[in-house]
Design a protein. Sequence first.
Length: 275
Amino acid sequence: DEANIPARLIHPNIVQVLGAIERVQAWLDADAGQQLATRFEGADALNSVIEVAHDMRSPLASILFLMETLRKGHSGPITTLQDRQLGLAYSAAFGLNAMVSDVIELARGGEGLMDLHPVPFSVSEIMQAVVDIVQPIAEERRLAIRIEKPEGDFRLGHPLALSRVLLNLTTNALKFTSEGEVAIIAHEVGRSRVEFMVCDTGRGIPREVMATLFDSFRQRDGQSTGSYTFSSAGLGLSICRKLISAMDSQLRVETECGKGTCFRFELDLPTATRL
């Protein structure tokens, strides 16, 4: 450290060399930042985004596997507090992994978002699986999660897409709710038609946000045209709208500031005799 060297031992040439090194380092740092910015603004920007997202998938999968192993006690008993902490970490990693998948699928135009063909599934199992994933987050925020299941449980449809929609909507609801509850509701509105709702008692959505609510990106405040960032709701709502549209339906939203928000959609889900 130059500050700790006696002044009589500092040769002027050494000072010049140290100064030159600092300037070179600053130039290298700036150049690296510029190279990164250029990479994500050029013609290959989309491929760069996909590459980064792909690189994140493997370590995230390893983290999820390790935490699941620990929670199941395969590495030895854990305390109640440790189980809660692992649950929170798992939910966070799962959400990040889902966002990575959303980025990849959105960049590819949404081609891999849907199951190819309708298959039999249990609506209640889909809803419970969503609750199991987000329960640690709800407990940490001291929020209740309520589910209402339909009378006809076994249906024919696209369970992976439905699960993804409900998980995205529920995660967003928890994110923007500070007290009360988040409800995941499914009820029959016809012999083969089911309405799904994810409602919260959060702060509601401001009117000025509604016009760009489903946009994947929004323009930065005060920035020039072409400067964008992720929507405050993430990519989740954009993905949800794509999925629901692919299932021949429409995502609707009802909101009131200070009282909460409710997202709803209807799906044609014929009853299935067995899984």
